[in-house]
Design a protein around this ligand. Structure first.
Ligand SMILES: C[S@@+](CC[C@H](N)C(=O)[O-])C[C@H]1O[C@@H](n2cnc3c(N)ncnc32)[C@H](O)[C@@H]1O
Length: 190
């Protein structure tokens, strides 16, 4: 699959998602076939990016989400990109995940935390660290200011970005920040 073909299927932003996703993957150094959780399926772009890099991906979002960010045809996108069999979908709310402790090598939130109800965000961070393996990590991608300005022209109700460090129950845990092309990347190590 060339990047031109991928852009035709997933739109022009996929190039930036791949660029910023790669920055995080380079930092994490995950083993091939690692088990990853992609929270907030949406159109499946982040799940597809991770699966395309050779990882086994579980993705999900709340069944009750009636916003235009959810219940999209991610499976059709994954089929077209040739990675459908590497992605499993499980409906869940990230504040109460249906997974055992230490199930995933890393947990990804690509453009998601700012969509989570503010009163759930502390629980979402605690749950993410619970399901991440020891030595694992939780990675948040939140839109940069310039990105948000563009988003607001088409989607004026889109929420502001948030800093995951504001919702950590253990504030002394270090949070690594990487400036991406489109997103700010925050890596919380378990
Ligand atoms: C903008 S979309 C994410 C885009 C997606 N990562 C992609 O690459 O196409 C925001 C997602 O956050 C999810 N979301 C919002 N609140 C959530 C929660 N409490 N638990 C899990 N997912 C949630 C929504 O259902 C939606 O799937």
């Amino acid at each position: 699959m060339t990047s031109i073909e991928a852009t035709e299927i997933l739109g022009p932003m996929y190039r930036n998602i791949s660029h910023d996703g790669k920055l995080a993957l380079d930092e994490l150094g995950l083993a091939p076939g690692a088990a990853l959780l992609d929270v907030g399926t949406g159109a499946g772009k982040s799940a597809i990016f991770l699966a395309s890099n050779g990882f086994d991906v579980t993705t999900g979002e709340p069944e009750t989400d009636t916003t235009h960010y959810a219940n999209l045809d991610w499976a059709n996108n994954a089929e077209k990109m040739g990675v459908r069999e590497r992605i499993s979908f499980v409906p869940f709310n990230a504040s109460q995940m249906p997974f055992g402790g230490a199930s995933f090598d890393a947990v990804f939130f690509f453009g998601v935390l700012h969509h989570v109800d503010e009163d759930l965000r502390q629980a979402v961070l605690a749950e993410s660290l619970r399901v991440a393996k020891n030595e694992g990590a939780v990675v948040f991608f939140e839109p940069r200011k310039e990105t948000l300005k563009k988003v607001w022209t088409n989607d004026p109700g889109h929420p502001e970005a948030v800093n995951p460090a504001d919702y950590l129950l253990e504030p002394k845990r270090s949070v690594q920040h990487i400036e991406g092309r489109m997103m700010d990347i925050f890596i919380v190590r378990k």
